[in-house]
Design a protein around this ligand. Structure first.
Ligand SMILES: [Zn+2]
Ligand SMILES: [Zn+2]
Length: 389
C-alpha cells in the first residue's frame, strides 16, 4: 500500500511549502526518537514524506503518479502498488488532517509561533471549502497501450462550470457585489475575554460563504452556485510507460469550484490488462522462448516476437534451459522520458517433445548410446505395471 504523505504530515494536498515545513517540524518534534515517548518509525515516515513533499519536482511526480521515480528504483524497478487501493486516505477535498474545528485562536499575540500554525491551517480549510472537489475514476488500457502510450476519450458527469454565468454565479449582465455582512473580509471575527487573555476567533461569513463577495442577482441556471451537473468528454493522454495501479492527475478537471473558485483535479487510476506473450517488470519486458533440445544443443536463429515486431535472435550452441538473452531497448519506455527504453529479457525454455515418431525415438536412442547413457525401458514390465492399476 502506498503511503499518503499528506496524511502522514497532516496537511492538505494544496498545502504550501511553508505549511509542509511547519507540519514536518511539528511531527519531527513530536516523534523524535531521542524523546521518552518518541516513535522512531513515525519519525522516519515523517522524514520520508518531507523529503518528497518539500521537493517540488518529487512532489509533482508523487501527485501525478502516486510515487517518485527515485522510490520506484529503490523498490527494484517495479512501481510499488502491490494491490491495495491507491486512493485509500485520499478522500475528496483532502484528508481529515485538522481533526477538531479550530476557529483560529489568537492568544493575544504572545505565542506567535502557535498562532502562525493555527492561522495557516485555518486558511487551508477556508480555501478547501470553495475549491472544487477532486474526482477519481478508473481507466482500462491494454498492455501495449500502456507501453507505448495512447489517447482515450472519457465521458464523465460532474459539477462543471455553468455555461450561462461562466461560473460567476451571477445572472448575465448583473453585478458581483462586496458582501455587506463581512465587508468583503469573508470572515466574521469575534473577541472574548477569558482568564487566558483575549481570545479572538474567526469563522467564515455565512452570507457570502467566506468569499467576501456575492452575486447581486443569482444566476437562475445554477442557482448562483456557478456550477451545474453536466456531461463532459475529455481527451486523455496516457503516457508511454505507465504501469498498472499508477494514477494520472489531470489538473483542473475535477468538479468546478464554488462561484468561480479553482476547480478540483481529476485522478485516473490506470488498470493495465495482461498479455499472453509478455510480462512486465518495471521497464523490462519479460518473455519465454521455447526451444527444442536440438536447437538448444546445436544453436539456431529464431524469430522472436517483440512489441515492435519480429526480430531474429541468434541462439548459440549449447544453450542451457533458463538462459536469459537481453535484447536492448525493446522493453518499456521510461515514464516521461520516451527516449529511454528498458530491455526485453528472453528466457529460454528447452522443451521435451510430448510425442516422438518411431524414427525420432531411434535417433535419440542412438544419441544416448553414443553418450553411454542407459535409457532402455522394458516395455513389457511397463505394461504389467499399468495393468495392475
Ligand atoms: Zn450559472
Ligand atoms: Zn460575507
Amino acid at each position: 500500500m502506498a503511503k499518503d504523505y499528506y496524511e502522514i504530515l497532516g496537511v492538505s494536498k494544496s498545502a504550501s511549502g511553508d505549511e509542509i515545513k511547519r507540519a514536518f517540524r511539528k511531527k519531527a518534534h513530536e516523534h523524535h526518537p531521542d524523546k521518552g515517548n518518541g516513535n522512531a518509525e513515525k519519525f522516519k515516515e515523517a522524514n520520508e514524506a518531507y523529503q518528497v513533499l518539500s521537493d517540488s519536482e518529487k512532489r509533482q511526480q508523487y501527485d501525478q503518479y502516486g510515487t517518485t521515480f527515485e522510490q520506484a528504483q529503490r523498490n527494484g524497478g517495479g512501481f510499488n502498488y502491490q494491490g491495495g487501493n491507491p486512493f485509500a486516505g485520499f478522500s475528496a477535498g483532502g484528508g481529515s488532517a485538522y481533526g477538531g474545528d479550530f476557529g483560529g485562536f489568537d492568544f493575544g499575540g504572545d505565542l506567535g509561533d502557535i498562532f502562525g500554525d493555527l492561522f495557516g491551517s485555518r486558511q487551508a480549510r477556508a480555501s478547501r471549502r470553495s475549491r472544487g472537489i477532486d474526482l477519481e475514476m478508473g481507466i482500462n488500457v491494454s498492455f501495449k497501450e500502456a507501453v507505448f502510450g495512447t489517447e482515450k476519450n472519457i465521458i464523465l458527469e460532474k459539477q462543471d462550470t455553468c455555461k450561462v454565468c461562466q461560473g460567476s454565479g451571477a445572472k448575465p449582465n448583473t453585478k458581483i457585489i462586496t458582501c455587506p455582512k463581512c465587508h468583503g473580509q469573508g470572515q466574521i471575527r469575534t473577541q472574548r475575554r477569558t482568564i487566558f487573555g483575549t481570545i479572538a476567533s474567526a469563522s467564515a461569513c455565512d452570507r457570502c460563504d467566506g468569499l467576501g463577495k456575492l452575486p447581486e442577482d443569482p444566476c437562475s441556471a445554477c442557482s448562483g452556485m456557478g456550477f451545474k451537473r453536466q456531461e463532459k468528454t475529455l481527451a486523455i493522454k496516457i503516457p508511454a510507460g505507465i504501469d498498472d495501479g499508477q494514477r494520472i492527475r489531470i489538473a483542473g478537471e475535477g468538479e468546478a469550484g464554488y462561484r468561480g473558485s479553482s476547480p478540483g483535479d481529476l485522478y485516473l487510476a490506470v488498470s493495465v490488462a495482461g498479455h499472453s506473450d509478455f510480462k512486465r517488470d518495471g521497464f523490462s519486458l519479460l518473455k519465454e522462448l521455447p526451444l527444442s533440445f536440438t536447437q538448444a544443443s546445436l544453436g539456431a536463429k529464431i524469430l522472436v516476437k517483440t512489441l515492435d515486431g519480429d526480430i531474429e535472435l541468434k541462439i548459440p550452441a549449447s544453450t542451457q534451459s533458463g538462459t536469459v538473452f537481453r535484447v536492448k531497448e525493446k522493453g518499456v519506455p521510461h515514464l516521461n522520458q520516451p527516449d529511454r527504453r528498458g530491455d526485453l529479457m528472453v528466457t529460454v525454455r528447452v522443451v521435451i517433445p510430448k510425442k516422438l515418431s518411431k524414427k525420432e525415438k531411434e535417433l535419440i536412442k542412438q544419441l544416448a548410446q553414443e553418450q553411454g547413457e542407459s535409457v532402455e525401458i522394458d516395455e513389457s514390465l511397463w505394461n504389467s505395471i499399468k495393468e495392475s492399476f
